[in-house]
Design a protein around this ligand. Structure first.
Ligand SMILES: Nc1ncnc2c1ncn2[C@@H]1O[C@H](COP(=O)(O)OP(=O)(O)OP(=O)(O)O)[C@@H](O)[C@H]1O
Ligand SMILES: [Mg+2]
Length: 443
């Protein structure tokens, strides 16, 4: 079999091909040839190691088809058949490149229990950190001639900007992560002579972008976060060390229900000037509602909780609660945690969060979050704008903790604003002599 693979790798692509680290990222600016290199590397690995199992992922199905299935079909035509039902290229030597997507947060579970020697995340910044973490649990190998590897291509911006930047740019490693396992190859459009030759205007297109996008897409700068929803979130301002909160402060809870998606419960306390502290979080995946209710009750022992608001889906009747026909709210109520439906108006709710983050009259914000609420702190700055509604949060974001925050804040009255005395008029509608706006015709 002879395959005519078009193109010769440019020097950066060669570095990508040769990298042997456990995690290899190729990213930065647009158009450098990252996707080409990812596809080609996968094909080379599949031919080189018989029986290799590879998974190439993109966040959504249309992107996957457009960027990988069609180009690979062209590149492998006549040599490697594509099995549409499996969505996989089946190589004559037993290797397999499976193409996948994880549109919704919970779509990663379709890969549970599977084993892939190689995983590739195309546009890795489009994946949430939890998706990446879960997918890596499937990146393992029993072979003696190959150690499992993950490849990432990425541009700055997107819901996964923060974790890609932490691992590959800031190189800030936690727990068992080891610096030597991570390699980053910076991409520039100028690395790709094929593109510059075929489409000379592409460079001009990048140069003409607004400054923050130009920095990201032309220079590959990771310090701009295009599309971040809560730019006002600042760890040094909004995150505080836990302190003992007076028992007499009003306390309440808010929950964003989820089973496959994480379920998040937040605990709130209201201080004297209306300052709101988020002092505890529970963030659990695939946990029965009865178990969550039990944990919530246990954690709240000794505290007087005024109420618990929850996402409206907790009132749907479904089987996942462990008992057919019961709603999540029924199960919580039976287990001693009565729920009330949260105000689910999205845009006003996010606006309420924004107000709580903004500095108040004394220069400090209404909201403070204990540093123990790790998932809220991790995900709040990663929310991005919805592509179709400039006022809403994208539903591709990992938004469970921020949703619980939104429900909690919406259950509280807005802080009283100092009134402008000049704007307040005395008006007695029963007295003809009383005219709040003298001179207005008709009053
Ligand atoms: N070594 C190469 N030989 C031939 N063509 C190439 C090579 N590298 C890239 N190309 C072509 O250049 C174009 C841009 O490459 P590619 O899509 O891989 O860039 P990218 O970095 O993934 O871009 P984006 O940032 O937009 O995702 C594509 O048409 C691709 O086929
Ligand atoms: Mg690409």
């Amino acid at each position: 079999m002879i395959l005519h693979l078009e193109g010769v790798p440019n020097p950066k692509q060669q570095r990508f091909f040769l990298a042997e680290a456990r995690h290899v990222a190729y990213g930065g600016a647009r158009g450098g040839g990252k996707s080409w290199a990812m596809r080609r590397k996968f094909v080379l690995l599949a031919f080189r190691y018989a029986g290799l199992n590879l998974l190439l992922l993109r966040r959504t199905l249309p992107e996957l088809n457009e960027n990988h299935v069609l180009p690979l079909q062209r590149e492998l035509a006549g040599a490697v058949p594509y099995h549409a039902a499996q969505r996989a290229f089946l190589f004559p030597n037993g290797s397999r490149i499976k193409l996948g997507y994880c549109d919704r947060e919970a779509d990663v579970f379709q890969y549970q229990g599977q084993e892939y020697d190689v995983i590739g995340l195309e546009e890795a910044t489009h994946f949430t950190e939890s998706q990446m973490q879960f997918l890596l649990t499937c990146n393992r190998s029993v072979r003696s001639d190959f150690t499992p590897r993950a490849y990432y291509t990425c541009n700055p911006g997107g819901v996964g900007h923060a974790w890609v930047k932490r691992l590959f740019i800031d190189r800030d490693y936690r727990n068992s992560e080891r610096a030597e396992d991570y390699v980053f190859i910076p991409a520039r459009v100028t690395d790709n002579p094929v593109l510059l030759r075929n489409d000379p205007d592409y460079l001009k297109t990048l140069e003409n972008l607004p400054e923050h996008l130009r920095k990201a897409y032309l220079n590959g700068s990771w310090d701009v976060l295009e599309g971040q929803y809560f730019r006002e979130f600042d760890r040094s301002v909004h995150v505080v060390s836990p302190t003992r909160l007076p028992v007499e402060w009003k306390r309440f809870r808010a929950m964003d229900w989820g089973y496959n998606d994480p379920c998040c419960v937040l605990w709130f306390a209201v201080g004297p000037e209306g300052k709101i502290f988020v002092y505890r979080e529970l963030y659990l995946r695939r946990t029965l509602s009865s178990e969550i209710a039990r944990r919530v009750k246990e954690l709240s022992q000794g505290e007087r909780i005024a109420y618990t608001v929850a996402s409206p889906d907790a009132w749907q009747k479904r089987g996942l609660a462990g008992a057919e026909g019961e709603s999540i709210a029924d199960v919580f109520s039976k287990n001693g945690v009565p729920l009330i439906p949260a105000d689910n108006a999205r845009v006003p709710g996010w606006q309420r969060v924004r107000e709580a983050l903004a500095p108040g009259a004394d220069g400090t914000p209404e909201l403070a979050i204990f540093d123990t609420c790790r998932n809220l702190i991790r995900t709040l700055p990663t929310l991005t704008f919805d592509a179709h509604d400039a006022e809403d949060v994208s539903d591709l974001s990992e938004d469970h903790a921020p949703e619980a925050l939104r429900y909690g804040l919406m259950s509280r009255p807005r802080p009283a604003r100092a009134k402008d005395p000049a704007a307040v008029r005395r008006y007695d509608p029963l007295s003809r002599a009383s005219d709040p706006y003298p001179g207005y015709v008709g009053l």
